[in-house]
Design a protein around this ligand. Structure first.
Ligand SMILES: O=C(O)c1cccc(C(=O)CC[C@H]2O[C@@H](n3cnc4c(=O)[nH]cnc43)[C@H](O)[C@@H]2O)c1
Length: 227
């Protein structure tokens, strides 16, 4: 991130923390291990799903003192884009199932005229983080990360989502809620997902949660040097 504010109050800005929201405790612990005691971060639980994530993120932000928010955790990776154990940095955070089913197919809230399902992420920052993680030896990609209320469990839904959002890299369940709360507070939002499983037919036994948590820890170990 660019730490220079327009009025030159760089020191004041650097005194502010970055809020990191994870869905569950195991993700929180992985992020904390990566941060290795750095006091410039607060890591809190968002719960599972966008509604819980938005409410709990807004609650944390109400105290003030933050300069950015990151939604972090494990996630599903789209085939051919984000393999298991890789790390995805969001270039946009998209509520992929927020809309209406019609006879012609899915209509997003954007098409319905009810707001935006797509929240942009500062591309320069996401790109820089991706370069750093790659230089640190992690398998990384930058692309759209979808937020869904129902984790995908079939090849048909995976294909529909990939068609709905060309280039989709990952899906998870909290990013849009975290980013909406950040936007309401006037703060930039980011999303970091370590891939535990492929988006597609559900087979929980195949999820590589331990390995994904290790990737998440490794990602924050690198990011803590630049955030
Ligand atoms: O059982 C465990 O030990 C464990 C440890 C860490 C995390 C979990 C979770 O189940 C986290 C749920 C969280 O993960 C995201 N996620 C992961 N894969 C997907 C997916 O394919 N589609 C959607 N979401 C996914 C999601 O953000 C959940 O909140 C368990």
């Amino acid at each position: 991130m660019n730490n220079e504010s327009n009025d030159g109050s760089r020191d004041a800005l650097l005194n502010e923390s970055i809020l990191i929201m994870t869905a569950v405790e195991a993700e929180r612990e992985a992020v904390l291990r990566g941060l290795n005691g750095s006091v410039r971060f607060d890591v809190h639980l968002a719960g599972v799903g966008p509604a819980s994530a938005a409410a709990l993120t807004a609650g944390q932000l109400a105290a003030g003192g933050y300069r950015a928010v990151i939604s972090a955790g494990i996630g599903g990776g789209f085939a051919g884009v984000a393999p298991v154990e890789s790390v995805v940095l969001a270039t946009s955070i998209i509520a992929a199932d927020l809309g209406a089913e019609t006879a012609e197919g899915f209509s997003s809230v954007d098409e319905l005229g009810f707001g935006s399902s797509r929240l942009p992420v500062d591309a320069a920052t996401a790109g820089r983080w991706a370069q750093l993680l790659a230089a640190g030896g992690l398998q990384v990609c930058a692309g759209p990360v979808l937020t869904v209320s129902t984790a995908t469990g079939t090849a048909a839904t995976a294909a529909a989502l990939a068609k709905r959002v060309p280039g989709a890299a990952a899906e998870a369940m909290e990013g849009y809620g975290v980013a909406m709360a950040a936007r309401s507070a006037g703060l930039p939002a980011f999303e970091v997902r370590a891939i535990s499983n492929a988006v597609g037919p559900r087979n929980r036994a195949e999820w590589r949660i331990k390995e994904a948590l290790q990737s998440l820890e490794a990602a924050f170990k690198i990011l803590t040097e630049v955030l």
